[in-house]
Design a protein around this ligand. Structure first.
Ligand SMILES: [Zn+2]
Length: 377
């Protein structure tokens, strides 16, 4: 176990006021994905349950609460347009609707989304001011799909994009890494920094899942940013074993060579084995592994400076436990809470311990492409 680090938590009850329910799943007139009407998958209970778990297990006592700020319009105009901000404001003022394609907003959502973006910025500020070594921003709505002029995939504003710009502009950093392990591709983050060699974007995601036109192996940046976007698309069914290989063989050497001064993780726990919106097989152990790997990298390259921003994760019973595992890894503590899935059955799933042929082929495609830019042994 690594020794305990000072770890911050950004959470604000206002995040619970962003209500996606009025539109259900907006890509369909039908209440998907089930015949019985269900709540929108991106509902406040995910972060609420996570907060309760942190409280019940006592982990919260080890966390330093960092007040979340409200982002300013200028913070968001580093990527979004004035038209888009006004568009979201007017939809919310009219009672709610869709801020783009599948980005439901309710009457309070403009303000809440400003606070969500501000929460991630507060986490960066706290880490850069050495108030804490690492910090988790448990925010909502999420941000990594949001594009300059439209919301997408439950995301309203590009929280992590604004925070990375803050790290560059307010804290003078030359190199920032954004590592996105959400099972969906962080298309907004990729778009924002596609030509920027100062902010590297690495995404590990389910291949051609959402959005299907983003996250391909050969999307690796443009102009000065060529080589600074690293997409690692894995086939559906990939689990702890393939994720471990991706982090060992690709993420670790590329990050060591990029040598960032700050690492920001887009932490969506929807690659979990129980997620209704994806097809991956990552368990709490897998999320622990990814966290420890990134923490060790941060220790080696940037004095442990690590920020995590909540993105997706839609299994109400399971995703909060995955986030709890991340906090355990961050703090170097074990709560003793059992893995909610039957541990004996998990061990029988091939994806937990074996890299299958299609997963190996996918990893090798990434390695072959990225070898143009980085040394991969
Ligand atoms: Zn996601």
């Amino acid at each position: 176990m690594p020794k305990e680090k000072s770890t911050g938590l950004v959470f604000d009850d206002r995040y619970l006021q962003h209500n996606s329910n009025p539109l259900r799943l907006p890509m369909s007139k039908q209440p998907l994905p089930f015949v019985e009407p269900v709540d929108h998958p991106s509902n406040p209970r995910l972060v609420e349950r996570t907060m309760k778990l942190l409280g019940m297990t006592g982990l919260q006592d080890s966390l330093i609460r960092i007040p979340g700020q409200r982002a300013t319009e200028d913070d968001l105009l580093v990527y979004h347009t004035e038209w888009y901000l006004e568009h979201v404001r007017s939809i919310c003022a009219s009672g709610g609707g869709d801020a783009g394609t599948g980005a439901p907003v309710s009457v309070d959502s403009y303000e809440v989304a400003m606070h969500s973006a501000g929460g991630v910025k507060s986490a960066v500020d706290a880490v850069m001011a050495n108030q804490v070594q690492q910090c988790y921003a448990l925010v909502r709505p999420p941000g990594h799909h949001a594009m300059a002029e439209k919301g997408m995939g439950f995301c309203v504003f590009a929280n992590v994009v604004a925070a990375a710009h803050d790290a560059r502009n307010s804290h003078g950093l030359e190199r920032v890494l954004i590592l996105d392990w959400d099972v969906h591709h962080g298309n907004g983050t990729q778009d924002a920094f596609y030509a920027d060699p100062h902010v590297m974007f690495i995404s590990v995601h389910q291949d051609r899942w959402f959005p299907p036109e983003f996250g391909w192996v050969d999307q690796s940046g443009t102009g000065d940013g060529t080589g600074y976007t690293v997409n690692i698309p894995l086939p559906g069914g990939s689990g702890n074993a393939a994720y471990t290989a991706a982090f060992d063989e690709i993420v670790t050497p590329v990050v060591e060579q990029f040598n960032p001064e700050l690492i920001i993780i887009s932490a969506g726990q929807d690659a979990s084995a129980q997620d209704p919106l994806a097809r991956m097989v990552v368990t709490t152990s897998g999320f622990r592994m990814m966290t420890r790997t990134m923490q060790a990298l941060a220790d080696r390259v940037c004095d442990g400076k690590l920020v995590l921003a909540q993105e997706g994760g839609y299994s109400e019973p399971y995703a909060p436990y995955c986030t709890l595992a991340i906090f355990e890894a961050l703090l170097g503590q074990e709560t003793g809470i059992e893995e909610p899935l039957d541990p004996d059955r998990i061990l029988q799933w091939p994806a937990i311990s074996e890299v299958s042929g299609d997963q190996r082929a996918a990893l090798d495609r990434v390695r072959a492409h990225q070898a143009q830019f980085w040394t991969l042994d």
